[in-house]
Structure formats: structure tokens, C-alpha cells
Design a protein around this ligand. Structure first.
Ligand code: NAD
Length: 331
């Protein structure tokens, strides 16, 4: 086969994958009803990324690698985010995590600190507080424009309607459905002859994007907050600061976060949490590793879709595929 023949095959494959992945994303994000597993999706996505790296001039404008994939429903009022809500780059093995750590140390210096967090299997939300009062909540949407879900987020009891300090702040985090609520909901839906949700993330997304807030209120959703947009008046300059101050403001954070300085420490955290994941009352699909200091984060910057200062280590394929069965074992 000539080099030109190979190129035509690869370019045709880029077009097919782009089309296929966008179809899967529509079913996943717009209908909350995926038709393939996340592992299969991630494998095809990686194949597309590799081909696009080889042939950058053939990247399609609508490629899923060039944008955040969530669909913005016409049924909701649109909200433009104060700053884009991005996705995360993925790592599927320890070598990719080691490379992320090495690159960060090379750019920032050996003293750089990382914060490791659980990757909560839910959907991200941005919540605005003005003078300490809850005013608005929005989905990530396409990253620039999200859906106004203010009334539905109000039904989540751990979201304060008034903070413990009268500050202006935008906080971001993950809305999730606890495992027991997910299993109970699917059981009820099955009994009623309704389609069941594939995973806790889709059930959380389906529940928060309801037109009737009473339906959302009955779904037992909860939240962990892990980022935000902060003015200089606030004392938050790093992930560590965030985890220190958020609880003072009345905001719920995940308690299993850890500061790490080396790849070995990060690897130990990942191994520990991988073993622990089935004991947790909520689903996690990986570990997020973030450069701690916000000034260092800005130095590292962003791609079109994700920050370069963070990476999501995704759990191994066989574990991801058995998620639902494992949940049943542990509840
Ligand atoms: P992602 O889920 O891989 O990672 C980004 C998201 O992680 C953030 O937006 C945030 O919501 C979440 N997150 C959870 N805990 C976090 C924490 N502690 N810190 C920061 N963020 C945290 O990326 P994505 O763009 O939301 O979705 C892509 C993934 O969705 C794919 O990798 C695939 O697994 C899945 N997907 C599956 C299908 C399918 O058909 N099965 C289709 C589309 C997407």
C-alpha cells in the first residue's frame, strides 16, 4: 500500500469516527441514554485523537476533541458561563499519569504540589451566590453556554440557600445520585415498565434536567463542590485553600482529597481509592489529579477543551464495565 492509500484510509476513518462519536455523545448527553459503554467510547475517542495528531489538517470542525460534548436543551433558559466550564484530559494508565507529573515539574519546578480528588460520577454544575445568597445554577452545557437549572438545584438539601458568609462567589462541583438512590430508582422504573438508567451519571443528569422540580426533589440527589470562580477579595489561591474555606462557607466537599508531591504518592492514592471505591456510597469513575496553586495552573494553561494542569485517571476497563454489578454487591 502506498503512503497516499494509507492516508486516504486514515482520513476516511477520521470522518467516520467523528460522526460516530457525535452520535454516541448525543445519546449520552441529550437523551441520558448511552448506547455503548464509556470504555468503548473512550477507546474510539483515543483512536480519533491519535489519527488527528497524525493528520492535524484533517481535523473536522465538529470533532468531539475540539469541544465539550454536552448538548444544551432548548427546554431550558440558557446561561452564559462567567468562565468556560471545561472537560478533563484522560489518562488510562500510570505511564500517562507519570508523564503529566513530569511535565508539570518541568514547567513549574520540582516543588510543585498536586491535589488528588475522586472523580465523582455525576454532572458538573456552576452555582452563583451574591452577597451569600443562592441566585443561579447552570449545567456545563457546551462549556460556554449551559442550561438554567436554578429551581431544580434548590431541591438538593446540601446546597445552601444562604452561605455562612455574605460573599459573592461562583462555586462548581458535581451533582450525583447516591448508589442506593440509583438502584431504588431503577427498580421503580423497571416495575413501571419505564427504561432504566445505564449508570448513576445518566440518572443524575436525567433527574436534574427535569421540567418539573418536584420530580427532581424526589430523586435524592447530592453534591460535592471542587472548584469555582473567585474574586481577589476571597482568600482562595489554590485547591488546598478551596478545601479549607468551602466548609466554612457551608459548602460540601469530598473528604477523601489528598495533597501529593511525587508520582509515587499519587500512585499510592490511586491504588488506595481504587480498592475503596466499592465501599463508597456514591459512584466514582476515576481520580482527578490537579496542580494545586492557581498561579501555577495559569502558567500551564489550557487546550481548546481541557486544562493542562489537571488529568483524570480513568479506572480500568473491566472494572468500569462491571460498575452496576459491583454497586449491587455493595449496597
Ligand atoms: P469526563 O467525565 O471524562 O471528565 C470531566 C468531568 O469530570 C468534569 O466536567 C466534571 O463534571 C467531572 N468531575 C468529577 N469529579 C471531578 C473533580 N473532582 N474535579 C474536576 N472534575 C470532576 O469528561 P466529559 O467531557 O464530561 O465526558 C467525557 C466522558 O463521558 C468520556 O470519557 C466517556 O467516558 C463518557 N461518554 C460516554 C459516552 C457513551 O456513549 N458511553 C458518550 C459521551 C461521553
Amino acid at each position: 500500500m502506498t503512503k497516499d492509500d494509507q492516508q486516504s484510509i486514515d482520513v476516511a476513518r477520521i470522518e467516520t469516527l467523528t460522526h460516530q462519536l457525535n452520535d454516541y455523545a448525543y445519546q449520552y448527553y441529550a437523551l441520558d441514554n448511552p448506547s455503548i459503554s464509556d470504555t468503548e467510547y473512550d477507546k474510539l475517542y483515543r483512536e480519533l485523537q491519535d489519527l488527528e495528531t497524525k493528520y492535524p489538517t484533517f481535523i473536522q470542525a465538529e470533532s468531539p476533541t475540539q469541544r465539550v460534548g454536552d448538548v444544551v436543551s432548548e427546554a431550558f433558559t440558557k446561561v452564559t458561563h462567567s468562565q468556560p466550564m471545561m472537560s478533563l484530559a484522560n489518562a488510562f494508565n500510570f505511564e500517562e499519569v507519570a508523564k503529566f507529573v513530569a511535565d508539570a515539574k518541568k514547567s513549574i519546578g520540582d516543588q510543585v504540589q498536586f491535589v488528588c480528588e475522586l472523580k465523582i460520577d455525576g454532572l458538573s454544575v456552576a452555582i452563583q451566590y451574591e452577597n451569600g445568597r443562592y441566585v443561579r445554577a447552570a449545567t456545563r452545557g457546551d462549556g460556554v453556554v449551559g442550561e438554567d437549572i436554578t429551581n431544580n438545584v434548590r431541591t438538593i438539601k446540601s446546597v445552601p440557600m444562604k452561605l455562612r458568609q455574605d460573599i459573592d462567589i461562583e462555586v462548581r462541583g458535581e451533582i450525583y445520585m447516591p448508589k442506593d438512590a440509583f438502584l431504588a430508582l431503577n427498580e421503580k422504573r423497571e416495575e413501571a415498565g419505564l427504561p432504566t438508567f445505564a449508570n448513576p451519571r445518566n440518572s443524575a443528569a436525567g433527574s436534574i434536567r427535569q421540567l418539573d422540580s418536584k420530580v427532581t426533589a424526589g430523586r435524592n440527589l447530592n453534591i460535592f463542590l471542587y472548584s469555582g470562580v473567585f474574586s481577589d477579595q476571597l482568600p482562595i489561591r489554590s485547591q488546598q485553600d478551596l478545601f479549607k474555606y468551602f466548609p466554612d462557607y457551608g459548602l460540601r466537599v469530598n473528604p477523601l482529597t489528598r495533597v501529593c508531591e511525587t508520582f509515587e504518592e499519587i500512585q499510592a492514592y490511586i491504588e488506595e481509592m481504587t480498592a475503596k471505591r466499592h465501599e463508597l456510597s456514591y459512584g466514582i469513575d476515576g481520580i482527578v489529579i490537579k496542580v494545586d496553586d492557581f498561579a501555577d495552573q495559569e502558567t500551564l494553561g489550557y487546550t481548546v477543551k481541557a486544562p493542562k494542569w489537571a488529568i483524570a485517571y480513568k479506572f480500568q476497563a473491566e472494572e468500569v464495565e462491571t460498575t452496576i454489578r459491583d454497586i449491587e454487591w455493595t449496597v
